[in-house]
Write a protein that binds this ligand. Structure first.
Ligand SMILES: [Mg+2]
Ligand SMILES: [Zn+2]
Length: 279
């Protein structure tokens, strides 16, 4: 069932409580080389270079996958995904990580089927077993001209596409978008939301700093802050439940279960940007 509520998630430091790139580089012992080379190369190209380095040091894609499966993932987020998916929400990932990292982690936690789409940098494993990482946007041939995002992906541009396609498929019925993220590029994605949508921004992270320093009229969505996986999981379930009640769509399959799961959750973690600014 195409969801009336579309939830778009960043991956690193949002779904995962760390950056998956840094996690792999750290765990497999090439972080020092990465830090040395970072001033001279774009992040995405350097990650591809580091995968080549790991291959030359005898590390296999199985070693990388084993390492990814250990990355910190809050159980409250896992249960929130399952609840939202079974309630009929359309869940998507929009991330500057890569297909191999994200799919490995989601499969490990039994969550891959919860997502209708994973929009991220492509990855491939060549004949010699080396993992390669490519840019989502080919910035060597042309620039996306966004000065908030990294050259290989503008999340605002992708959000525009997601919103356009989702709205075309809903035959005139208004879709409600929730965007969840922590980074600067997530601010760019959040700028595309309209009134009635929700931006779930991680408190004290770059997305939050940009919200505070930007023109208050630039974000049209309601802003909901969260601090950690516990607050994100509870907040997401509560917000979706509120939308269902507002839209009076309790007849949708799965909603009864969804509500019974959410009634015991506290609403205390939900606070607005006004609370933050005034505190
Ligand atoms: Mg992130
Ligand atoms: Zn952008």
């Amino acid at each position: 069932m195409a969801g009336r509520v579309v939830v778009v998630f960043d991956f690193d430091k949002t779904i995962l409580d760390c950056d998956s790139d840094n996690w792999v580089l750290d765990e497999l012992g090439v972080n020092h080389l990465f830090t040395q080379l970072l001033p001279s190369m774009p992040w995405n190209s350097l990650m591809d270079r580091m995968m080549m380095e790991l291959h030359s040091r005898g590390k296999t894609t199985e070693d990388i996958a084993h390492c990814l499966k250990q990355a910190p993932f809050h159980p409250r987020i896992i249960s929130a995904f399952k609840s939202a998916h079974s309630a009929g929400c359309d869940l998507k990932i929009l991330s500057d990580a890569n297909v191999f990292f994200i799919e490995t982690i989601l499969k490990h936690h039994g969550l891959l089927d919860c997502f209708s789409e994973i929009i991220t940098n492509p990855s491939l494993v060549d004949n010699e077993g080396r993992l390669g990482i490519l840019p989502y946007h080919d910035f060597k041939s042309c620039s996306h001209n966004c000065n908030i995002c990294l050259p290989n992906m503008c999340k605002g541009l992708v959000m525009e596409k997601i919103m356009k396609i989702s709205c075309e498929s809903s035959k005139g019925k208004k879709k409600r978008f929730i965007y969840v993220g922590d980074g600067s590029a997530d601010f760019c994605g959040g700028l595309k939301l309209v009134e009635g949508d929700i931006l779930m921004a991680r408190n004290k992270f770059p997305v939050w700093d940009l919200i505070i320093s930007s023109n208050p009229l630039s974000i049209k969505a309601h802003i909901h802050a969260w601090n950690d996986g516990e607050e994100l999981g509870i907040g997401l379930v509560n917000l979706i439940n509120t939308i269902f009640i507002q839209d009076n769509c309790s007849c949708e399959p799965g909603n009864a279960d969804f509500k019974s799961q959410t009634t015991s959750l506290s609403h205390d973690s939900s606070f607005s940007i006004d609370d933050m600014v005034n505190s």
